[in-house]
Design a protein around this ligand. Structure first.
Ligand SMILES: [Zn+2]
Length: 341
């Protein structure tokens, strides 16, 4: 076929321009992709006692449910492999969690998810945020490199799901006054975002209204590799971000869409998809959970792995990491989760 051989030729020619080291690492990366995916084992590797962190423990028979039990030689407590993971103390079979994660990757509503998994609506809600909290932790390790586009987007503050008698932290401003400056009023939540062309992304609620340098840095500092190509619009604060973080800055001039071969199309699409998910899949989300929906978006909509791989990655992650959120903490989050400088 003409097209595929043309494409092959382009790749061949580009390959020849690489240094010997780059050729090697290119070939290595191709090889890795061809390897069959390893099967996940559902036994968490025990490294330490969950109570006292001691590494002196021994196997201690199995419990009624067939789980391997361990006994700590220092604090004399016994524990099983799932202690401290999301699954601990939850009387649901692993197959229910698998179904649940499938529903998450498909972006099903809580109601539909609860139905498919045979769990209650409140349980479906708590599970969603426990899993997203875990995903948050995974995404905190993301570092962007290569061509990195950054831009912010805005959503109105939402108190969706708050109890009727909840005391809204209303801002000292009369409603409907001139303060509704398109997209930049203090009732607009600013989400600072950066993405690269390899499916990696970071985003967080950074402030209310127009962002300042410090707000952008709170989200972007330590998240972008030095010497990356940093593509932004003409917003002045990004000049300082680029110099603080040692990035090669490409600024798209005001009223232009491109600068040479660079543009901010990928991040614009990222913003549109985020809003589509929030509006169409979830019928709006409360601002207090917005950071969780941002990692949801990063993982489900923007990351390049296919759906099956995402299900595997997510399941493996929650089975192998300690659960950081307790039910009570999920409801008691700040109404507007701002990063503190
Ligand atoms: Zn111990």
């Amino acid at each position: 076929m003409a097209t595929s051989s043309t494409e092959l030729e382009i790749v061949k020619q580009l390959f020849n321009t690489l240094s010997d080291d780059d050729k090697k690492s290119f070939l290595k990366s191709i090889k890795n992709k061809e390897k069959p995916e390893k099967k996940i084992t559902f036994t968490k590797e025990i490294k330490e006692c969950p109570y006292c962190k001691s590494t002196h423990f021994k196997k201690n028979g199995t419990r009624n449910n067939g789980k391997q039990s361990f006994f700590c030689l220092d604090c004399k407590k016994s524990f099983v492999a799932s202690n401290n993971t999301i699954l601990y103390g939850v009387k649901k079979d692993l197959s229910v969690w698998k179904k649940y994660i499938h529903c998450m990757i498909e972006k099903y509503s809580l109601r539909k998810t609860a139905e498919i998994c045979g769990i209650s609506l409140p349980t479906a809600f708590v599970w969603r945020h426990k899993i997203l909290d875990a995903l948050q932790e995974m995404q905190n390790k993301v570092k962007l490199n290569g061509i990195v586009e950054a831009d912010e987007t805005f959503l109105p503050i939402s108190y969706k799901g708050h109890h009727k008698d909840f005391n809204f932290p209303r801002l000292a401003k009369k409603r409907g006054t001139s303060a509704t400056l398109r997209g930049l009023s203090k009732e607009q939540v600013c989400i600072s975002c950066a993405i690269n062309h390899n499916g990696l992304s970071i985003s967080k609620v950074s402030n209310l209204g127009k962002p300042k340098l410090v707000n952008l840095l709170n989200v972007l500092a330590n998240k972008i590799a030095k010497n990356s190509i940093f593509v932004t619009d003409s917003f002045r604060a990004y000049l300082k971000v680029a110099s603080d973080l040692d990035l090669n800055h490409i600024r798209i001039p005001r009223n232009k869409y491109t600068c040479g071969s660079f543009n901010i199309q990928t991040i614009n699409n990222y913003h549109s998809k985020l809003k589509a998910m929030i509006v169409y899949n979830f019928k709006g989300v409360s601002t207090k959970y917005l950071n969780n929906y941002l990692v949801y978006h990063n993982f489900v909509n923007f990351a390049k792995e296919n759906r099956k791989d995402k299900e595997r990655i997510l399941l493996k992650h929650i089975l192998n990491n300690n659960c950081i959120s307790k039910n009570i903490n999920i409801a008691n989050r700040l109404a507007v989760p701002l990063l503190v400088a």
